[in-house]
Write a protein that binds this ligand. Structure first.
Ligand SMILES: O=P(O)(O)OC[C@H]1O[C@H](OP(=O)(O)OP(=O)(O)O)[C@H](O)[C@@H]1O
Ligand SMILES: O=c1cc[nH]c(=O)[nH]1
Ligand SMILES: [Mg+2]
Length: 224
């Protein structure tokens, strides 16, 4: 199913992805089910990304009985997945089912929620750990973070990832995103495509997405 184009984002409309997102949103969903839901959603989003953004090539394959026309996806061996700690960890686990040979990077970036959202609608972001594979011009980079709220985290993360040169393509993949974050990331990185399962209505005064699904890190890791 093709991704649906929205302002600053492409939306995964696959019915099962929307179903899993509904479970993630529910306040009744337990920690274990929440984490499993993020894994499922990562896998489904990976499949959708392959279906709509990766080229295929045709050739032939030799079965035990005959040669027959065959289709293969190109570029699967040139994928880099970046895990934005910590909420992306289960999401990446699912994504790796679609891209098992991906090279992986990890960036620990978190919002300083005690400082609060500034007048400019941004959070101070603390980056504590960055470990990235070499990224080449043949690569497709997928930066996974289930939540894009103000976009402060993602702009900081993309600054780190794209500092040393441009990959062939770069996607940000989220479960839920909010218009202010989408706009901020698009302005800073117009070359990056944002793929998301939902564009929600707005942010509240604390910088949380409404309706959203709450604090994804806390729900997945059972912290408060
Ligand atoms: O768009 P932003 O306003 O920057 O918000 C989004 C970020 O907030 C959450 O992380 P958080 O800082 O809560 O860290 P955590 O994953 O460790 O919970 C989420 O996982 C994103 O990384
Ligand atoms: O709504 C939000 C915003 C940022 N981070 C989350 O986990 N949830
Ligand atoms: Mg959090």
């Amino acid at each position: 199913m093709p991704l649906q184009e929205r302002e600053h984002a492409s939306v995964v409309t696959h019915a099962l992805a929307q179903h899993v997102l509904t479970d993630l949103r529910s306040v009744e969903t337990s920690q274990v089910e929440f984490r499993k839901g993020l894994v499922k959603l990562g896998r489904l989003c990976g499949y959708e990304l392959i279906d709509s953004r990766f080229p295929t090539e045709t050739g032939t394959v030799e079965t035990p009985l005959a040669e027959t026309p065959a289709t293969r996806v190109s570029g699967l061996d040139d994928v880099v997945i970046v895990n934005v700690l910590r909420a992306a960890t289960p999401f990446v686990e699912g994504l790796l089912k679609a891209f098992p040979t991906a090279r992986q990077g990890v960036i620990s970036a978190s919002r300083n929620e005690d400082a609060g959202m500034g007048e400019d609608g941004e959070f101070p972001i603390s980056v504590q750990y960055v470990k990235l594979p070499e990224i080449t011009e043949d690569d497709t980079v997928i930066v996974a973070d289930p939540m894009l709220a103000t976009g402060s985290t993602m702009v900081t993360v993309l600054d780190e990832i794209l500092a040393d040169g441009a990959p062939e393509s770069c996607f940000v993949l989220s479960a839920v995103s909010a218009p202010p974050g989408l706009q901020r990331v698009r302005e800073a990185f117009p070359e990056v495509e944002h793929v998301t399962v939902s564009v929600d209505d707005e942010l509240d005064d604390d910088g949380f997405i409404v309706p959203g699904l709450g604090d994804a890190g806390d729900r997945a890791f059972r912290t408060t």
